[in-house]
Design a protein around this ligand. Structure first.
Ligand SMILES: Cc1cc2nc3c(=O)[nH]c(=O)nc-3n(C[C@H](O)[C@H](O)[C@H](O)COP(=O)(O)O)c2cc1C
Length: 318
């Protein structure tokens, strides 16, 4: 798959997820077959007015390329200023604009999916950004109940110069409830010339394959199902390539991945910026005895404690 001049090894993307998709996690997803990864969202206002902290989320490394940095904001000039600074510092392959976040903290100030109510501002943000930076610009949206109004926004994003669009088939009001509708991505794909990526409720081989087939989209993006489960990308990539399910031991895989992830957080000095217990617990979701293991993780004092308790529980059983 290709977005402007950027080539991707495939068409399965990892979704940007705040407080989840840090660099060590993204690197694991890449290793297992995610074709593209984005940073957690960065506030353009924070970059321009406060510099510091939020900016760190842009950190990546050569191994991760191609990678994208996602920003949000509601002022075309501030978004452009922030993106220029990010471009200069991190040289991402893509800069993605967030028009989908439904979090009250953002929506109340007119950021994220609140902007879907003001298509003309979306247009200005994308247009000014595309004129300001040389990095290709992509956008990620939620949908409106009204198909025509959603299509209108998608057309404006393309007209303003974006080179790809990701469509999460839920409305702002739905938050994360109900089921994502992929009809929107399908219709947008039929209308637009730029690549379209479908997102929402893709959780396994079957849903990945059926969303690609149903929508005709260029790619799919996976969020929550990848939390604690970076190996999902290997499974899906294998299935899309061969039509067969990959055989593996889920419990052993998850535990090995948990240890690799924890060691990588140590290696990159990120153990203090991540909620280690929460992240470790995601890795045990859905495995045998997971509930007992999560209790042990909650009691663990540090990374060694987390890794040891998980290993013991898996060898000895709860
Ligand atoms: C914990 C969490 C954090 C998220 N943070 C972001 C974000 O920073 N930027 C963004 O565009 N979407 C964010 N999302 C939305 C996801 O990228 C994705 O659109 C959504 O989860 C639907 O995909 P899924 O059903 O595969 O999870 C977040 C979702 C979750 C669950």
């Amino acid at each position: 798959m290709k977005i402007e001049k950027v080539h991707f090894p495939g068409n399965i993307f990892l979704a940007p997820m705040a407080n989840v998709t840090n660099m060590p996690f993204r690197l694991m997803c890449r290793k297992y077959g995610a074709s593209m990864t984005y940073s957690e969202m960065i506030s353009s206002d924070a970059v321009v007015y406060e510099s510091v902290k939020a900016f760190d989320r842009g950190l990546s490394c050569e191994e991760e390329r191609p990678f994208g940095i996602q920003i949000f904001g509601n002022s075309p000039s501030i978004v452009s200023r922030a993106a220029l600074a990010i471009e200069e510092t991190y040289h991402p392959d893509l800069i993605d604009l967030n028009f989908g976040c439904p979090a009250h903290l953002l929506v109340k100030d007119g950021f994220g999916s609140a902007l879907l109510r003001s298509p003309e501002i979306i247009y200005e943000i994308v247009r000014e950004l595309c004129e300001t930076i040389s990095t290709p610009v992509t956008a990620k949206i939620r949908v409106l109940e009204d198909m025509e109004r959603t299509l209108h926004i998608a057309r404006l994003i393309e007209k303003a110069g974006a080179c790809a669009i990701t469509v999460h088939g839920r409305t702002l009001e739905q938050q994360y409830t109900g089921k994502a509708s992929h009809e929107y991505a399908k219709r947008i794909k039929e209308e637009l010339s730029i690549p379209v990526i479908a997102n929402g409720d893709i959780v396994d081989e079957a849903s990945a394959s059926s969303v690609l087939e149903h929508t005709g989209c260029d790619g799919i993006m996976i969020g929550r199902a990848a939390m604690g489960n970076p190996f999902l990308f290997r499974r899906i990539a294998h299935y899309l390539e061969t039509g067969e399910l990959l055989e593996y031991d889920e419990c052993l895989q998850r535990i090995a991945d948990l240890e690799t992830y924890m060691r990588s957080l140590q290696y990159y000095g990120m153990t203090h910026t991540v909620n280690l217990r929460a992240h470790a617990q995601w890795f045990t979701k859905g495995i045998r005895g997971g509930k007992h293991i999560r209790t042990r993780i909650a009691e663990a004092k540090d990374i060694e404690g987390i890794i040891n308790s998980v290993k013991e529980m898996c060898v000895d059983g709860p």
